[in-house]
Write a protein that binds this ligand. Structure first.
Ligand code: F6R
Length: 261
């Protein structure tokens, strides 16, 4: 694990964006796994700025988003397709047909999950998977439980997840109860996983996920097993692991992403 702690969110956004820029310079046709939510907004802004400065191009990139709400059409302001268009895709040079997000309005959701897995398989391995972290340890919408899925599937959203995401809807009742999400197998097969977490409200779950036991009750704890995990935290999210870092609890205490690609 490579752990980086940043003094403020802007530095973190820039560092995460530059990690992606460096990858695309070396591999312009990289396959990216992308997340939504509050965490990546600043990263997508920094990537947009890098494209405007012509530092990088997404023309040959293929992207696969982690998840989409069941029942929200692409033009719904809280859908993840809408989010991605607003925050990233319409500002960069990625061809729309190379951007993939599950269709939460598919008539047959099981078949849609299978279609998404076939697309993922055809694209080859994800080079870099960008992940945020839910307060309950979810990644994508792989929620805590007695078992986890390897493949893309329909997930029942945890009440805590619906509550956390209510801020993106007019009323809490409008938050869908289900989502299509990539499974742990697809996430895990990525060459590199970039886990980005911000805010003091995530300090406890960061501590649990990175230093606690590996358990399906905290899906992010499985990331401890990934051979190329890069973790980027702001000071708030790192609040509970800092002392452990100095005690060398990690394989490589504080490092940079240099030499990753
Ligand atoms: C979003 C996703 C979720 C979020 C997580 C954190 O596509 O897969 O796992 O990354 O819920 O969300 P924020 O960043 O809003 O705290």
């Amino acid at each position: 694990m490579k752990l980086n702690i940043f003094a403020n969110p802007n530095l973190l956004h820039e560092a995460a964006a530059q990690t992606i820029v460096r990858l695309l310079r070396q591999k312009p046709d990289a396959v990216l796994g992308l997340a939504t939510g509050g965490t990546p907004v600043g990263i997508y802004e920094a990537l947009t700025a890098a494209v405007r400065r012509r530092e990088v191009s997404f023309a040959r990139v293929a992207s696969f988003n982690l998840d989409e709400y069941v029942g929200l059409p692409p033009d719904h302001p809280a859908s993840y397709r809408y989010y991605m268009d607003q925050h990233l895709f319409r500002h960069i040079d990625i061809p729309p047909e190379r951007t993939h997000i599950p269709d939460g309005c598919a008539a047959d959701l099981e078949r849609e999950c299978e279609r998404y897995d076939r697309l993922l398989q055809a694209a080859g391995r994800i080079d870099l998977m960008l992940l945020g972290l839910g307060h309950n340890g979810h990644i994508g919408f792989n929620e805590p439980g007695r078992a986890l899925h390897s493949k893309t599937h329909v997930a029942i959203l945890h009440p805590q997840t619906r509550e956390a995401n209510a801020r993106f809807f007019r009323t809490p009742e409008e938050v869908p109860t289900r989502a299509i999400t990539m499974g742990l197998g697809s996430i895990f097969s990525a060459r590199t996983i970039l886990l980005v977490v911000k805010g003091n409200d995530k300090a406890d779950i960061v501590h649990r996920a990175l230093t606690g036991p590996i358990t399906t009750e905290c899906p992010a704890s499985l990331l401890q097993l990934h051979p190329r995990l890069v973790v980027m935290l702001d000071e708030g999210a790192a609040a509970r692991i800092k002392c452990q870092t100095t005690q060398n609890a990690f394989h490589e205490p504080v490092d940079s992403t240099n030499g990753l690609w």
